[in-house]
Design a protein around this ligand. Sequence first.
Ligand code: PEP
Ligand code: MG
Length: 810
Amino acid sequence: MSAKEKELVLWFDDVRNTDVPLVGGKNASLGEMINAGLPVPPGFAITAYSYERYIQEKKIAEQIYKIIKDTVTNPNDPKQYDAASKKIRELIEKTPMPKEIEDAIRTAYKELNQRLELKDILVAVRSSATAEDLPDASFAGQQETFLNTKGADDLIDKVIKCWSSLFTPRAIFYRNEKGFPHEKVLISVGVQKMVNSGCAGVMFTINPVTGNRDEIVIEGNYGLGETVVSGAVNPDDFVVDKGTLNIKERRIARKTVEYIRDPKTGKTVHLDIPEDRQKTTCMTDQEILTLAELAKRIESHYGKAMDIEWAIDQDLSYPQNVFIVQARPETVWSSKTMETPVKTEENAQVLKVVVRGISAGRRGYGVGKAKVVLNPDEANRIMTKGDVLVTSMTDPDYVPFMKIASAIVTDRGGVTSHAAIVSRELNIPCVVGTETGTKVMKTGEEYTVDSINGLIYEGVMAQAVQPTVTAGGPAMVMQAQAEAAPITATKIYMNLGVPEKVDEYKNLPFEGIGLMRIEFILASYIGQHPMAFVEEGQGQVFVDKLAEGVATVARAIQPRPVVVRFSDFKTNEYRGLKGGEKYEIVEENPMLGWRGASRYISKWYIQAFRLECQAIKKCRTEWGLKNVYVMLPMIRTLWEARKALDIMKEEGLERTKDFKVWFMAETPSIAIMADEFSKMVDGFSIGSNDMTQGILMIDRDSERLGQMGYFDERDPAVKRILAHLIKIAHENGCTVSICGEGPSNLPDFAEFLVRAGIDSLSVNNDAVVATRKHVASVEQKIILERLAEQAAIASGHALKKPVPDWEWPC
Ligand code: PEP
Ligand code: MG
């Protein structure tokens, strides 16, 4: 062993990229950059050797590996990983480090203070596992980081916590799964001066969207970079030409939240960005250019495309304020380049954009031969697995073909259209509202569908051929995520429509299904119009099939509830079912037509509604699935609501303590009359897709208005009505949930709902984890604000609070 290999602490100045075995990937990279003369905040690494000595000298190494061996006997049982993790982390956290190591850390921290001529400086304490640079990037980011650590005692405590985070359930699972011996993964800890970040973000030395290597893309927001990395805001976005350093494109986003360091406590707090700063750029052109120059230097130093984190210190002035805090090789495009080497000019890809629309579905790329179809029959004839489905607009009859498509493109529709909702659930890229997709795209030709930017390219973008990712990854990972997810006072539910998908998503951290759409069961599993079953005397067949679909979900997630929505087809959609033409009228505006409750009480559908009720009854009484609840969509008047409930009662479905009935709140009238509607049900679930349509009087499927930005749940008029509904419902003993698309896509809308006091949010599968984290942070923020307010009142310095835009003027 060389002398360096036996160091307990190494200054960043003394490490290089080749020192990964000593200090882990992150620290080695920081050292490499400092030595390349890049502005990296100073610090030191507590070496992997320190950790190794700790577990050997304190004789806990054998115990750790034995705990894993003895506890994880069934690799498919998530509880066993949890149990092993808990035991190991407790063991590490109660075992003090050897005095020699503790002294070395204290001395280094003291020296860092002296070098900076400061006292008790705030440091970031980051784990840096020595296996992180393995080809499989999923090792990264599994261990913990502690920002704003102050003083030597706190530092020692955080170092031990970083060490123990080498054994989170997820990390143990990954190593087992990859067959990577636990003994071979060690951990180093980086201690680095905190930047008092006024603005921060990420940058790429390759355009991450198009793969263009001649561009640098910089994304930033006020405060800490975490808002950009975690996707909590839409950041400002700049594209810089790598050759000329000209800023080619700039998009100033509406930035609603920033994370900053509270100067008093040193802790990170989440703050709303005041209206006047939201639309202003978070950094100067000078700073952008400095960052771009640094990006170029970093890329040329490493000889490859890089993904870089940066921060601008608000306590310093330009140019001393610009810092690089992390740099790693860019993985997505770079690995593709390795698989299919393409020349730089080709990377810019002269692929022509043939049509544009609105991004929907899974964010990513889909590649395949287009099949332009005007109806499901045509799809049936010509579609094969992996084709790009191109059509005017999908409806439930298209679902079997959507399932086999590599991507979906529609002429019509916005973010709440059928194609958007289903493709998201099926995890398929989708671009809606292109207006002319079916005209300009040709059957048999190959295209790349980019559902990040809403673009369709002619031909195959080589690098776009990426593996599909599911919402949460393997079941074990989802389970680990579920365990790690914060507890929130606001419940987080999930939306679901395709019953068999429940197995894929059931381990996500949701507390129930807040919207189970049954239109998919009706269209895909049953296929025939319910009234046709009635007429043929085959009602029981319909009941059994519908009950089976609902039960698949209810069984998989019990005892968590499933709120089943009675059918909400529009006449144009029901006509597509077998026999539909006989029972459905042709309407000019089906969105505003015969749908929801108006069907159930009408002589043309009541018998079919009775069958839907019987299917629910079957689940609850015959199969004992007491977690099946119901809700009624599209309620417009008090009298129709009463009638619909009466029919349900006749079918044996009456509210009890363990059978909840909700109304969807999708019409302005239900919100206006919320006090009266509250008397009939246990709760409301806001259908913000229809509610926004109703309040703003815009067809939610209008591609034109969608592209122009009219469809926006955050419109103050919509927010006022929703806040009113929540208030009145609560005053009258009802709960309020939401199941429209809004909170899945818009963190600031979710924040508004939490502030307005909503009881639960039901979001899409791919938004469950992020929404839970976001809601937890909002709830904490509210508590802190209230405490600050009380303290201000007590000290007689209370300031006038700004009135939120959703409050009605008195
Ligand atoms: C809604 O209107 O917000 C809703 C959830 O229902 P759908 O999108 O199915 O109309
Ligand atoms: Mg609706």
